[in-house]
Write a protein that binds this ligand. Structure first.
Ligand SMILES: [Zn+2]
Length: 162
């Protein structure tokens, strides 16, 4: 989950804040459910998503699993995600390019090329209109709910911070 306020962060054994995990997953330096598997986690998360956004349960589970598998706990490494659309930058080819041709550590190839956004004039609302129909089709959910979900998700990404 996105960690926005102080209370969202998990805690280390010495009481300091965890920078990697939220309070539901991680307290006092340990996972709250150390034995939970990726499938069980996707099952739990999927049920919540299905209810919140009117997504068929099976689709919600798949989606959750997809999202979870790029996270540090499940992939065993830090996978950066695009600061504009949220796509995980799992492979080199997924990353956008800087003006000098090197790979961007912050944005994906669809959003960022040759050191600039591919759609520099895109607003957050514009991005919601662009991604929500894809999300609605992919997850078989009502467009209105997809707009809410995408809008919330985008508001956690660096490009769309006020
Ligand atoms: Zn992107």
């Amino acid at each position: 989950m996105p960690m926005q306020s102080e209370a969202d962060f998990g805690t280390e054994a010495d009481g300091t804040r965890s920078n990697d995990y939220c309070t539901y997953c991680y307290q006092n330096g340990a996972f709250t459910e150390p034995e939970i598997t990726l499938d069980a986690m996707a099952e739990k998360g999927g049920a919540i998503f299905a209810q919140m956004y009117d997504i068929p349960l099976e689709k919600a589970r798949e989606f959750c699993k997809e999202q979870l598998s790029s996270l540090k706990r499940w992939s065993g490494r830090e996978v950066p995600s695009c600061g504009s659309c949220g796509m995980p930058l799992a492979q080199d080819e997924d990353a956008g390019t800087e003006a000098d041709g090197s790979r961007s550590a912050h944005y994906c190839i669809y959003c960022y090329r040759d050191g600039a956004f591919t759609e520099p004039g895109l607003t957050k609302d514009g991005a919601v209109e662009k991604y929500a129909p894809m999300m609605a089709a992919h997850l078989e959910m009502p467009l209105e709910r997809a707009r809410e979900m995408v809008g919330y998700y985008l508001s956690t990404l660096p490009r769309w911070q006020e």
